[in-house]
Structure formats: structure tokens, C-alpha cells
Write a protein that binds this ligand. Structure first.
Ligand code: ATP
Ligand code: MG
Length: 457
């Protein structure tokens, strides 16, 4: 006689099939894991990396909080009562901050944490490095989400190691260029109409010139005058000479060029005053003068002095730059200043100039002084991030703004490519007589004689 009890029910059969399928899927994923990670890091992260990291975070949260001094002991009275009631059992665990659910992102995850009484977001910022080590992720950032709550954001895979280059269609809006990619995956945009002046610092071979290449390549097709000051004998910026309206290759020329730029700015000021507008963008299109982007490569060459006679020249250069920065933005003159080291030891003008350069880009630096000069008094984690950029990740930088800081990496625009683009758009080079006279006209006379270009030209 057949007993019905020994026959598996339909529910049990489905469960067995489900378990077998799950076991096959997990073993398949584990076996294919390394290949998947190489080919599609984002898919690997969502299918394997994220679930494993969730378990790791859950397991380490309490000891991590205790180890970083973020656990708070229970009230003494509670400990005594619990000891009496539990007949000498160990006292209750200290309280740890409550953690919200983990949300995956393309490159990592984030979760909110409610602070315990007496704790501040800075306490968690200090623990970020320990969190990254314990969870075996690339980096952890702590930001304030709302009063009493911090947001812990972890990056498991460094998106800047092999960044995807976002494509920019056409020339883009005037004075706006995509130069790279942000850590979040969004394009890194330099928009001179939003932030008119920029300071770019970094040790040698950290990626400053490559960022300048990206800027030149982006601005070359636009109706914009590019002006270069390269006191390393023009070694870097002369590559784009055909698209430059003027290039100064030593300090004496730089001083003359800056004076000519100041005259141009004063003339524009007169035009704006007569038209009763506050900046060149208030002028009618046909009267608006062409925007001028002044690129300075190696600022120290302008400031450093070897003897007394050079002192006056350096002083004149510093004053010229500071005045241009102060007055230029409204009058369509923008500054991009790059240097290996920017410190107050370069001269009194440096600090005043720095204060005027609102956009800050700090590539890999070897001394904390330059990072502090570039990034200002931001959180110490921003300074640490700039000093820990590996040398093999040239082009990676920390960007500072009023809202905080973020990491980014510029596109690799090789010199040859930037030179090619500059030559391709040489016919768009505006001729600005005062500037050309200050440093001498281009030898081959390629510059066209255009004094005004409107926005849609
Ligand atoms: N965004 C990037 N992506 C990949 N490689 C880069 C990037 N930026 C720079 N590099 C590499 O680093 C090298 C040095 O970069 P770059 O010439 O821009 O440095 P630099 O900071 O201008 O140095 P120096 O102070 O000596 O002029 C480049 O030739 C290139 O190979
Ligand atoms: Mg360089």
C-alpha cells in the first residue's frame, strides 16, 4: 500500500527546485566573479560585491563604532540595575549610532546614520578612513544630510581609475567646456560664466597641462580670444600659438601683456558705463566684445625673483593679475592660473590673487601647504584626498567649491591633439590690437582681424 505521507507536497518540490537554482546561480556567480569584475565592474558590484559588503558592514558596525570612540556607554544606573537583575551578568552593550538601510549606487553604496546626543558630523569624518579599511572599499565620505543625521557614502570601485569619457556634442554653450568626469560619473564642467577665475595646482606630471589642453581644445571652436602667459619660455602654450590672440613667453612680455589687458578692461568698463549696464552681457549682441580667457602656466615663474631688479617686474606682474581678476569677470576677461606650488613665500600678491580665483583644482600634491592654499580651510579629508592621489592616476584632482569638495579626472587630451584642434580653429582667432602690439604680432599673420564676435557667431 502506498502511503501519501512519503510523497513530497507541491510546495516542498518547488522549494527544492528553488534551492537548487539558487545554489547553481551563486556558484555560477562565484566562478564567473573575477571575469565579470573585469568586464562589467558595475554588474559585478550589484550582483556580488554589494551583497557581500552589506554583510560585512552589518558584522563590523558595532565594533567599528566602539573602536572609533563613537559608541556611548549606557547610564551608570542602568548598568547597576541590569547587574542586580541579571545576577552579575555582563553589563549591557554601549549604544551605537543607528544606521539606516544600505542603498546601492553604480560604484558603491550609501546609508544615513542618526547621531547620538553629543556627537558631531566631524566625529564621523575622522572615522571615515577606518570605515573604508574595515569594509574593504576604495573610500568613504561623510557629509551632513540634515541636523542630527550624517550620510555615509562609500565608493567600492574607484570610477576615476578608468573613467568613461562623456561626449560633448558640438561646441557647447559659450565659455562652458566639459573637461573630464566627476567621481559621481557626472561630467566635470568648467563654466567661466558661473566661476570666472580658476587656480589649478599640482606637483610635476600631475596633469595640469593636460587640463589646460582640455580647456584649449574646448574653447578653440568657440568665439573666444585665448591669451597665453607661459614664462617657461613658451614651451607649453606655444603649441597652440595659432589659436592664441597673444602669447607672452617671459616676464617682461607678461607685464606688458597684463598692462594691455588692463587697458582693454578699462575700455570695456567705459562702454558698459556709457550703455548703463553692469557687465558686457547686458550690452546688445552686436556691441558685445569678445570674451578673453587668459591662461597662465607656471605662476611661480611670474613671482619668483633672483635679484632686486627683478623685484619690480614681479611686483608689476602680480598687481596686474590681481587687478585683472578683480575687474575682469564682469568685463569678459577670465583667468586660468596653473602652478606646481602656490605659497605665500612666492610674494605678497599670491594670497590676494588666490582670494580672487574662485574655482580650485588640486591635483596630486606632495606638500600640505599647497593643498591648503588651493583648497582653503576645507575638511581635512579633502587635503588628505589630494595628497593620496596615486602618481599613476595623473589627471585626478580634488575640486573645491562653496558646497564642499569632490574628486574628478580630466580627459586625456594629448598635446598633439590640442595642437591639432588649435590649428583647425586658427581662423577663429580674434585680433585684439592692444594685446598683439604688447608682445608682437604672430609671425605668420594667421590671426584674422576681428574685434567683436557675438555669442552666436
Ligand atoms: N587625465 C589624464 N588621464 C591620463 N593620463 C594623464 C592625464 N593627465 C595627465 N596624464 C599623464 O601625465 C603626464 C603628465 O601630465 P602633464 O604634462 O599634464 O603634467 P603637469 O602637471 O603639467 O606637469 P609639469 O608641472 O611638469 O608641467 C601626461 O603626459 C600624461 O601621460
Ligand atoms: Mg605642465
Amino acid at each position: 500500500m502506498i502511503t501519501l505521507a512519503s510523497t513530497p507536497s507541491a510546495g516542498q518540490t518547488w522549494l527544492s527546485w528553488f534551492l537548487v537554482a539558487a545554489a547553481v546561480l551563486v556558484s555560477g556567480l562565484l566562478l564567473a566573479g573575477p571575469a565579470l569584475r573585469r568586464r562589467s565592474p558595475a554588474a559585478w558590484w550589484l550582483l556580488l560585491g554589494f551583497p557581500v559588503t552589506c554583510l560585512r558592514v552589518a558584522r563590523t558596525w558595532r565594533p567599528l563604532m566602539a573602536g572609533c570612540g563613537l559608541a556611548v556607554s549606557r547610564k551608570a544606573a542602568l548598568t547597576v540595575v541590569s547587574g542586580l537583575l541579571a545576577h552579575g551578568a555582563p553589563p549591557p552593550h554601549p549604544r551605537v549610532p543607528r544606521r539606516g538601510g544600505m542603498r546601492p549606487t553604480a560604484h558603491g553604496f550609501w546609508f544615513p546614520v542618526r547621531l547620538l546626543p553629543g556627537q558631531t558630523p566631524e566625529d564621523f569624518v575622522k572615522a571615515a578612513s577606518a570605515m573604508a579599511h574595515d569594509w574593504r572599499v576604495h573610500a568613504v565620505r561623510v557629509t551632513t544630510a540634515e541636523p542630527g543625521v550624517v550620510r555615509v557614502t562609500a565608493t567600492a570601485l574607484d570610477p576615476l581609475r578608468q573613467p568613461r569619457v562623456p561626449r560633448q556634442r558640438g561646441t557647447g554653450p559659450l565659455l562652458r567646456v566639459v573637461v573630464g568626469v566627476l567621481e559621481s560619473g557626472a561630467p566635470w564642467v568648467v563654466d567661466l560664466r558661473k566661476i570666472p577665475h580658476w587656480l589649478i595646482v599640482g606637483a610635476t606630471r600631475s596633469g595640469k597641462s593636460t587640463l589646460i589642453n582640455a580647456l584649449v581644445a574646448g574653447f578653440a571652436p568657440q568665439p573666444v580670444a585665448l591669451v597665453g602667459i607661459d614664462c617657461k619660455g613658451g614651451m607649453e602654450l606655444s603649441l597652440y600659438e595659432r589659436r592664441l590672440s597673444a602669447l607672452a613667453t617671459d616676464r617682461a612680455q607678461a607685464v606688458k601683456l597684463l598692462a594691455a589687458l588692463m587697458d582693454l578692461t578699462s575700455a570695456r568698463m567705459e562702454v558698459c558705463r556709457a550703455a548703463r549696464v553692469r557687465n558686457i552681457w547686458g550690452l546688445p549682441d552686436e556691441e558685445r566684445p569678445v570674451p578673453v580667457v587668459v591662461i597662465v602656466d607656471e605662476i611661480a615663474e611670474l613671482f619668483l625673483v633672483a635679484n632686486r631688479s627683478e623685484k619690480d617686474e614681479a611686483q608689476a606682474a602680480a598687481t596686474g593679475l590681481v587687478r585683472l581678476a578683480q575687474l575682469g569677470a564682469a568685463l569678459g576677461v577670465y583667468l586660468v592660473v596653473a602652478g606646481q606650488r602656490v605659497g605665500s613665500d612666492l610674494g605678497p600678491g599670491v594670497t590676494a590673487l588666490r582670494a580672487q580665483l574662485g574655482g580650485r583644482v588640486c591635483h596630486r600634491v606632495t606638500d600640505s601647504g599647497t593643498a591648503e592654499m588651493a583648497l582653503g580651510d576645507l575638511n581635512p579629508d579633502a587635503l588628505e584626498a589630494a595628497q593620496t592621489i596615486p602618481p599613476d592616476q595623473a589627471g585626478t584632482a580634488v575640486l573645491a567649491s562653496a558646497d564642499g569638495w569632490e574628486r574628478a579626472r580630466s580627459h586625456l587630451v594629448p598635446e598633439e591633439r590640442a595642437e591639432e584642434i588649435a590649428a583647425m580653429y586658427a581662423h577663429l582667432t580674434p585680433y585684439l590690437p592692444g594685446l598683439a602690439d604688447a608682445v608682437g604680432e604672430p609671425a605668420d599673420g594667421t590671426a584674422v582681424h576681428i574685434e567683436r564676435l557675438d555669442r552666436d557667431a
